[in-house]
Design a protein around this ligand. Structure first.
Ligand code: SF4
Length: 231
């Protein structure tokens, strides 16, 4: 079906030369603590329910996280934060996300990255962002019949989500709503969608944000709880 086709197209994509080189170099060199493990070293498709009411949009795979495990936000500290939060909100069946075969399932929720390959220093270029955007457009189109809430992690995820929602047919207000933690933008329904959409902003659960206390568990829970209530 279309989901399998999308996953296959994403995981074999080689459109961005710099990211192809980087994701493969990282997978070859490995981090010492994962030396005995295979690395995925390829683009990372979305994960979770295909009839999700809630879509979480992150930035990009982490070099030794999803680029290692092949599942979005799986195998690094950011993912530990995100999936623990989704579990507390009732949107994940277990609080941990360790590897692709760990049995985790998401409840009415899907998680995807705006850019599907791990970028150096977690910073994709504008050209890489634009090259990868059609995958999020397609994913949104497939999710449209059930989608009610999009949770954007960080300003990059927020901008990517707004662009994709606009292209999927929701009339994004002008000026564009601004990102912030707890920001909430109300958007018209997508074609074929169940009703108006809500875009929620959440600080990215990066180590930089969680170590410094810029993002705390109660702050994450407030946004994901709101998403669960709306979804
Ligand atoms: Fe393809 Fe996206 Fe990876 Fe670029 S970032 S190579 S468009 S999957």
């Amino acid at each position: 079906g279309p989901w399998r086709e999308l996953d296959a197209t994403i995981s074999t994509c080689r459109r961005c030369p710099r990211l192809v080189t980087w994701r493969e170099e990282v997978a070859h060199a490995k981090r010492a603590s994962y030396a005995g493990e295979p690395y995925w070293g390829r683009p990372v498709p979305g994960f979770g329910a295909t009839d999700a009411g809630v879509l979480v949009v992150g930035l990009a795979p982490a070099a030794h996280g999803a680029n290692r495990t092949g599942r979005v936000f799986t195998g690094d500290r950011s993912g530990d934060w995100l999936y623990a939060g989704l579990h507390r909100a009732g949107l994940a069946t277990q609080p941990t996300s360790v590897h692709a075969g760990d049995g985790l399932e998401l409840v009415g929720t899907r998680v995807a990255a705006a850019v599907r390959c791990a970028p150096p220093a977690n910073k994709p270029t504008p050209a890489e962002r634009d090259a990868c955007a059609p995958f999020l457009d397609t994913e949104l189109g497939l999710l449209a019949p059930h989608l009610r809430v999009v949770v954007a992690l960080g300003s990059f995820g927020w901008a990517a989500a707004l662009t994709a929602l606009g292209r999927a047919g929701s009339a994004v207000p002008r000026p564009r709503p601004r990102f912030g933690h707890g920001a909430e933008a109300h958007l018209p329904a997508l074609p074929g969608g169940p009703g108006p959409l809500v875009l929620l902003g959440c600080y990215h659960p990066s180590q930089q944000n969680t170590f410094t206390g810029r993002l705390t568990e109660p702050m994450l829970d407030a946004v994901l709880g709101r998403a669960a209530a709306l979804g």
